[in-house]
Design a protein around this ligand. Sequence first.
Ligand code: ATP
Ligand code: MG
Length: 270
Amino acid sequence: MRDVTFAYPGTEGPAALSGVSLGLHPGELVVVLGRNGSGKSTLARLLNGLLLPDSGTVEVDGLSTSSADGIWEIRRTVGLVFQNPDNQIVGTLVEEDVAFGPENLGLPRDELRSRVDTALAAVGLTGLERREPHLLSGGQKQRLAIAGALALDPAYLVLDEPTAMLDPRGRADVLRVLANLRARGTGIMHVTHHVEDAADADRVVVLDGGRAAFEGTADVLFGDLERLKTLGLDIPPVGLLARRLHDAGAPIPVTAVRADDVVEALWPSS
Ligand code: ATP
Ligand code: MG
């Protein structure tokens, strides 16, 4: 994304996104944070051409989203997953739902079968092929939505608050799937309001009023409480506790934000 500005037609005031430049590489995890209305969903929709920039360019592996020729290739290359799993299910059976995208590519039968099987395996839903999607848990539905995106064999996945509607277990399952995909080389952009999700990211981008107000590592961001506050981000309670323990002399990094990291710092697993 190079110097991208986008305003929704008919709106006044500041653009939803202003002058944002950003890159995502294969195997990289970029986490996007920001208060409500800061432009996160707009950013996600610009990345696969659902929205087109007013100025600046969005390029996917050399193809511009603004060129009519490239748009279908781009939609195949950048998978998009949204917050509400119920809105993303189109099939009456799990396997039909995953097959929907590749079917529209006109793939041969056996290639289709192998795409579906591979995608379901990647999200841990093997065995549920003939299940009706509405009988799945929220976390399973969201993993099904991810499988639907994976069936198109995308190089990049952009997820817009994919765990916002899930319970802690469903959330943990989805995060595990993302970690596995990243390890296998998929470039992942994870838009989230869970500040602690940034802890594993290669880079963190914080949007504020449509601008990229921070870009850097989680350690730098978490090390600056004042900055977090200015950006409208809440440090999780574990992060505050870690800070107090650190100040009291415990061997805990001041930037720890997750319980596991605090436990690991206090009682390192051998
Ligand atoms: P949230 O955390 O609530 O999901 P967000 O960071 O995803 O917010 P966006 O949805 O990208 O923010 O919205 C950015 C700005 O654009 C906001 O001011 C919002 O009101 C405005 N906006 C979003 N969608 C539309 C739309 N369809 N039409 C007009 N304005 C919109
Ligand atoms: Mg949003």
